[in-house]
Design a protein around this ligand. Sequence first.
Ligand code: CTP
Ligand code: CA
Length: 223
Amino acid sequence: IDAALSDGPLKGKHILVTSGPTHEPIDPVRYIANRSSGAQGTAIGAALAALGADVTFVTGPADVLPPQGVDVIKVQTAAQMLDAVQSAPAADAAVFAAAVADWRVANAGDSKIKKDGSGLPTLEFAENPDILATVSQMTVGRPKLVVGFAAETDDVIANATAKRLRKGCDWIVANDVSPNTGIMGGKENAVTLISDAGAENWPRMGKEAVATALAKRIAEALA
Ligand code: CTP
Ligand code: CA
C-alpha cells in the first residue's frame, strides 16, 4: 500500500459499498435488470480507497471493472447482494450505490422457456429484500453512517426526502435521471445530498468528482 494512501483520513475505517445492477433470472438464458453501468459506485469505491479506507465492494454485473485496492465480492441477484452485505465485516459506513432490481421472477426455472407454440410465458414476480433499509434499520452493528442513492424522475427532492425517512438511512444522494438530463449512462452526475440538515445541490460534475466529494464528506462525518 502506498504510504500516502495509508495515511488518508479514512485509514482504519471499513466502508461497505454496493454497486452495479442486479440480474434476476427468468430462466438459464434470460434475466431482468435495472439500467446501471456501475460507474458511479465504482468511482465511490475508488475514492474511498484513495482516502485510506478498507473497502468491501459488493457488485452486480457492471459494465465497468471494479476499482483497484478494494475487496471485491461479485454477485448476480439482490438476494445474493443482501447475503454478501450481511456477511461482510462490521462497517463504519456503508454506501448503497447499486441499482437493485425491485422484483425477482418467482417462477424462474432451470429449464429454458421455449417458443413451442403453447402461448406467451407469464412471469410472476416477488419483491426483493431492500438491502439499504435492512442495514439502515439494524439494531445491532449498524454502520455509523448509512448512505443511499435515489435515482428519480419528476419530484426528485420530495421523492428522495421521503425515501430517506422511509428507509432510515442518514444521507440520500439524489439525482434526476429523466432522459432529458442525459445522466443515465453518461460520465457526469448532478446530485443533491439530502441529510437531516436539508438538501444541498451540488453542481453537475464528472462521476469521479462526485465520488471524491462524497468520500471527503464521509471522512468528515466519521472523523
Ligand atoms: N436499494 C436496496 N435494495 C433494494 C432496492 C433499493 O439496497 N431492494 C437501495 C439502492 O441501492 C439505493 C436506494 O435503495 O441506495 C434507493 O433505491 P431506489 O430504487 O431509488 O428505491 P426504492 O425503494 O426501490 O424505490 P423505487 O420504487 O423508487 O424504485
Ligand atoms: Ca427501486
